[in-house]
Design a protein around this ligand. Structure first.
Ligand code: UD1
Ligand code: CA
Length: 463
């Protein structure tokens, strides 16, 4: 077998094409959604995989699609090319479908599975480095040793640690089933070698499928040598086939992220109760109390405290801010340095200036609050009239009395005071007091006379 680049000293500089297998929808997920679009830490599993792939800067990325392929074609539009596999006749057949898309491509191919999303870029690099080693194997397979090898393809090695044979569990003899080294499914090979071998494999096996690992067997038959590298982290190559396995992958991801947060200088009082998003950014000396959930798009600066049972999504918190307990920050929430949000406060598309406070029972939606302003308990920005959203602008150092309704669009000037219980529908000028409530009626002694009269009446009734 000839590899045109075999004698090229710059073999390692050859371009890379990645083929991601995702033709099977994943029946065991029992979902209308394609398996690889199910999220882990709020991000579709295929995107986790493609993020690691991006670190290798491949020249080409081809995703093999089949079942509900329109979902993948839409989700990955502009980020990948597609090859269609219909019908699905096995993993070898799946990879062969990418040959047309890669016509004319000269370089290496790395085959990945869309439902094995957490293969590290370092592992992919190690596979390619092995392919480029002086002995120039035809194919490099990624192996692993799971606690329970049942169901996996086995890698039977020879005395030198090279591969003697690849065999699927269903086709394996009892002696082969005793082998603990399993096939992760992932492999690397020069493109021309891979597609040439794929043309030679058959489907005369227990499942009547074209097995991708048979390219290894064929290469060996033809006198070539194939190599295995072994990952010592079986979790890295764990496939996700069911909701149960999805939950296990989520738990593992969260655990690793919590450990990273703490290593990077955050205090998590009860780490196992805090849930991060794939893109959460945390500064140093951040304290996160129990039961906090980060949705996507949250960035937290240094010295921030997030009190218990708060939910944050699409929020930016600057240095020294504090949130909660029981706060909800929805997309578009921005808290300037030292600002405070207390219990049962909700923010959405709203900015708090430096040092501004909304400590109790408040809704700030489509609002801008100036630096140092104080928003009293129970303040509501009435931002929606049933048809349109409107903004509320509150000036610096303004004081909004408790239980006020600010009916947007409305502006409250700098240093203005809104009296408690006001429903404000017209702009308030700088330094102005606005009081919107009925005049108070004052009747000294009225209650005493009322009680006397009523008690007498009651006594007469019993009498
Ligand atoms: C495969 C390997 C097995 C390995 C195991 C690791 C083969 C024959 N067997 O087995 O050695 O231990 O992975 O998990 O390769 N796919 C397609 N088209 C197809 C068939 C599969 O795109 O026609 C995709 C699936 O969507 C999936 C991946 O290939 O992403 C693996 O398919 P799966 O059926 O899970 O392979 P296994 O039989 O588990
Ligand atoms: Ca599988």
């Amino acid at each position: 077998m000839t590899d045109p680049a075999a004698n090229d000293v710059s073999r390692s500089a050859r371009p890379l094409a990645v083929i991601v297998l995702a033709a099977g929808k994943g029946t065991r997920m029992n979902s209308a959604r394609h398996k690889v679009l199910h999220p882990i830490a709020g991000r579709p599993m295929i995107d986790h995989l493609l993020a690691s792939v991006a670190a290798l800067s491949p020249a080409r990325t081809v995703v093999v699609v089949g079942d509900v392929r329109e979902q993948l074609e839409q989700h990955l539009a502009g980020r990948a090319e597609f090859a269609v596999q219909d019908p699905q006749l096995g993993t070898g057949h799946a990879v062969a479908q990418a040959e047309g898309a890669l016509a004319g491509f000269v370089g290496d191919v790395l085959v990945l599975y869309g439902d094995v999303p957490f293969v590290a870029a370092a592992t992919m690099r190690a596979m390619l480095a092995r392919l480029h080693a002086a002995d120039e194997p035809e194919v490099v397979v990624l192996g692993f040793e799971p606690a329970d090898p049942l169901g996996y393809g086995r890698i039977v090695t020879d005395r030198d640690g090279g591969i003697a044979r690849m065999v699927e569990h269903k086709d394996a003899s009892p002696a082969e089933r005793a082998v603990r080294l399993c096939n992760s499914g992932l492999l690397a090979a020069p493109a021309d070698v891979l597609f040439m071998l794929l043309r030679g494999i058959g489907n005369d096996n227990a499942q009547g499928e074209y097995y991708l690992p048979d390219v290894v067997n064929l290469a060996i038959e033809r006198g070539g040598a194939c190599a295995v590298i072994v990952t010592d982290d079986a979790d890295e190559v764990a496939g996700i086939n069911s909701r149960g396995e999805l939950a296990v992958a989520e738990a593992r991801w969260q655990q690793a992220r919590r450990a990273r947060a703490m290593a990077e200088g955050a205090t998590l009082i009860a780490p196992e109760t805090v849930y991060f998003s794939w893109d959460t950014q945390l500064g140093r000396d951040v304290t996160v109390e129990p039961g906090v959930v980060f949705g996507p798009g949250v960035s937290i600066a240094d010295e921030v405290t997030i009190h218990a049972f708060s939910h944050l999504e699409g929020a930016r918190l600057e240095r020294g801010t504090a949130v909660g307990p029981y706060a909800r920050l929805r997309p578009g929430s921005v808290m300037g340095e030292g600002a405070r949000i207390g219990n049962f406060v909700e923010m959405k598309n709203a900015t708090l200036g430096a040092g501004a406070k909304a400590n109790h029972l408040t809704y700030l939606g489509d609002a801008t609050v100036g630096a140092g302003a104080n928003i009293g308990a129970g303040t509501i920005t009435c931002n929606f009239d049933g048809y349109f959203k409107h903004r509320t602008e509150i000036g610096p150092r303004a004081f909004i009395g408790s239980n006020s309704a600010l009916i947007a669009p409305v502006r409250i000037g700098a240093d203005a005071i809104v009296a408690a219980g006001s429903a404000v529908s017209r702009d308030v000028g700088d330094g102005e007091l606005r009081l919107v409530r009925a005049e108070q009626l004052v009747k000294p002694g009225w209650a005493d006379r009322f009680h006397d009269a009523m008690k007498k009446k009651k006594a007469a009734e019993k009498g």
